[in-house]
Design a protein around this ligand. Structure first.
Ligand code: ZN
Length: 121
């Protein structure tokens, strides 16, 4: 796996990682771990990028979808989580075997709406 984390953190690299993530997310859903492996940055960095991507995709007529984390022991779903980081244990049964959240980008608008584009000529 290409996992070069020694180099300096250039803004260009940040941009590249983010666009890579966006491209990959269209094939999703993926966990932050999956994404971390695919783009070669740590899971915390992936989580940070995801928060930006979640906000930015809406502007392009796409939807950022989150499949919430779930407790494997009792089935509790972490629906109210808004952060992209992983919960450590289940609040209901205190179990620590959790299925991580998965993320994807869904295209919600296949054909451009005339009313939205008309003003941008
Ligand atoms: Zn549980």
């Amino acid at each position: 796996m290409a996992n070069d984390r020694r180099g300096p953190r250039l803004p260009e690299r940040q941009t590249t990682v983010r666009s890579e993530l966006k491209a990959i997310l269209h094939e999703g859903p993926f966990t932050t771990r999956d994404l971390s492996v695919r783009v070669g940055v740590g899971e915390k960095d992936v989580a940070m990028h995801l928060e930006h991507i979640a906000r930015s995709v809406q502007a392009s007529g796409e939807r950022f979808e989150v499949e919430p984390p779930r407790c494997l022991a009792c089935g509790f779903v972490f629906k109210d989580r808004t952060r992209m980081t992983k919960p450590s244990r289940c609040p209901r049964c205190k179990g620590e075997r959790l299925a991580p959240a998965r993320y994807r980008i869904a295209t919600t608008r296949k054909t451009p709406r005339p009313d939205a584009d008309a003003t941008r000529v």
